[in-house]
Design a protein around this ligand. Sequence first.
Ligand code: NOJ
Length: 451
Amino acid sequence: MDQPWWQKAVLYQVYLRSFADSNGDGVGDLRGVIDKLDYLDWLGVDALWLSPVTVSPDKDWGYDVSDYRDVQPVFGSLDDVDELIVEARERGMRIVLDLVPNHTSDRHPWFRDPAKRDWYVWADKPNNWVSAFGGPAWTYDKQVGRYYLHNFAPGQPDLNWWNTEVRDEFDRILRFWFDRGIAGFRIDVANGLIKDKELRDNPPVQRGDPPVLRRFGQRPTYNRGETWVMDLERLARFYGTGTDQLHLAFNFPYTFAPLEAAALRDVVERTQAVFPPEAWPVWMLSNHDIPRFPTRTCGGDERKIRCALLALLTLRGTAVLYQGDEIGLEQVDVPLDRRRDVEVEGRDGCRTPMPWTSDGGWSDPWLPLGETTRNVEDERADPKSILNFVRDVIALRRSNADFQSGSYEPLEAPDGVWAYRRGDSTVVLNLSDEPRAYEGTTLAPWEGAIN
Ligand code: NOJ
């Protein structure tokens, strides 16, 4: 049977506001993406996942939607989306959109429509649920005289997915975009759509729970399951054989594992062990919510960045690059007075503008540019750059079926070395500070090879 395109794919996440600005207003836009399609084609990616393009008051930068069927004016228009789809298709690339079905903006007309009260989640007395952005997940609404649920900011009321009208409306929204020719959706907070019908209190955290939960003081048993799950067995349950399950569910345990042979190998092997046979893994290292991996796991060390990218692109599964990963872009320390994010800890540092040239290529961008030593133009001209390395590995992945469909088989290797076979090919990574011998050759510290 033919393998579906998304299994072989390298997906490229475009954080629209910071990708490319075609009209000089300091905010990236759809025409900017169209202008960069030749670059993305040269890089060799198969599909672009765009952060929300829909209309939004931008309390959470697009993740608070006030119209699911139109484009945020600062990004362009529906015509631009159509053109992007066509232009991408001409280069053999697909467009995946972000869908935000867990909540709307509080400015969405549905939220103020008395006939649609039951489209949201209400309570007379709030339970103990906390919002992912900190503080209670409930806000009192004077007009209604009850509390509404918001698992994120107060401007993001949660929808009630027990209500069939909500489900039917989203079916129509999906159809609206599929009819325009998009290839699929990344579903925001897919794990949180269904809330406990009885709105029971969450239990407190237990010893041994991951730090991400300890921060909240409770386990999100009744309000969120998350494919943002740190438990692989739970992650596996998001897959299945039916038609109503996810094709891919992000593997955060891999993303947050340290760059150590034993740790990475362990996550990959456990993933393989708990996933149903049909479930296809997806790997990523950075996104618009977490610190960029070149800083977070690699401390800026170029050798380590290459090792992390080599594994990402050669493991069995779909690979997702976040814009800038391909040039080894680092996290930016955004000064307090320039921060724009609603989240307490702030996610601006991974959302800064993409540096296209040594001066960035932006005029007065909405977030400050970071260091531009690593930029697209210079790296493209340098055959030894991270960018050209990534392009070469993607090209290999595309031309060699081992990397698309071959099984993953871990190999015996000395301490600090991670080695695995994909079909007839072998990937070896020396993730240590010492030279290591492997199969008659010596790998320098932090050197990777494909044989
Ligand atoms: C997950 C998204 O990735 C994040 O950026 C957003 O703030 C929340 N969901 C709420 O929509």
